[in-house]
Write a protein that binds this ligand. Sequence first.
Ligand SMILES: *Cc1c(COP(=O)(O)O)cnc(C)c1O
Length: 373
Amino acid sequence: MKKPLHPATIAAHAAGALDPQSGGVVPALQPSTTFLRDEDYALVRPDNIYSRDNSDNLRQAEAVIRALEHAQDTLLFPSGMAAIAAVFRALPNRATAIVQSGIYWGTTAWVRDFCARREISLIEVPAADLITTCQGQAADLVLIETPSNPWLLTVDIAAVKAATKGLLLVDGTAATPILTRALDHGADIVMHSATKAINGHSDVLAGVLSTAAPETGVWQAIKADRKMAGAILGPFEAWLLTRAMRTLPLRVERMSQNALALAQHLMAHEAVADVFYPGLPHHSGHDIALRQMQGGFGSLLSVLVKGGRTDALRVTGKLDLFLRATSLGGVESLVEHRHTIEPHTGIPENLIRVSTGIEHIADLIADWDQALA
Ligand SMILES: *Cc1c(COP(=O)(O)O)cnc(C)c1O
């Protein structure tokens, strides 16, 4: 057997995607929604019928993520939220779900609404209490997010898996499949908003689910629902994603180096009260991150400036290179004042969430220094 390839090699080669028809070293973009049958009414390509089921471009992008995740099956969706929703929709009515609190606000808001409508009993638990809750309470589904957005808390995936008999769904968006392969740590399904670092160029909205156990009933239900209900990624987005992922390991490596250097610099700055980043030794999730993350701690950090709301907004307003915009994981650095977006969830008013891009670190540090001065 051939030696398994390294992630950088798999990504650079787009898991072997080529264009056999033209001989191109890049796969063709095929936008057709429907596919031919021959004179005997047999499909010209048995795997291509109609593009709500599948398409070559979708399969190419899924093959890259499947290999990077050590998964057996991978499904792309038109957004990260569509991927999360697909898992919850596979739950029976009146199921029980344990969901980590203080995670991506869009997830919390949608899950609360959905569970109420389906009479699913929803137990929201802080990261620190997940293991005891899972040990004491039977659940059909457990959803964790590590590192969490925007608190940057880390959760021990293997320990949660050992504490529950329920399906373990891990949102690994901030870690990417490069820094944490959640399936190797025991996750049943790993989800990413591919809109973030997986695409990394702030120009594709996409979500993805992967599993090491594609024969399970829940995975088959998710797969059937994607096809029948039509929550599928279009071929152009899939093609862009395949192209972007060629540099995923490179981008994640540089973003993580930049984020760590910036976190260390800001932690030592007199105008900064605290920095949440799993790579900093004083951070509560550092030990788990050391065990569970490889090659870096990701691009996301949160900075608590000294003072309150007006001080945080003044600093974000003075930043030049860090664009004031939501989202994370792109090549360009972004900042967001999360309290403005979710004023009711306990986010500190002096917190600035930072997504570190691939710019030169000296420029990024200089920008923060002038904004904090
Ligand atoms: C952005 C994000 C999502 C939602 O993904 P979309 O692609 O925006 O639908 C879910 N979880 C986390 C951690 C995110 O950052």
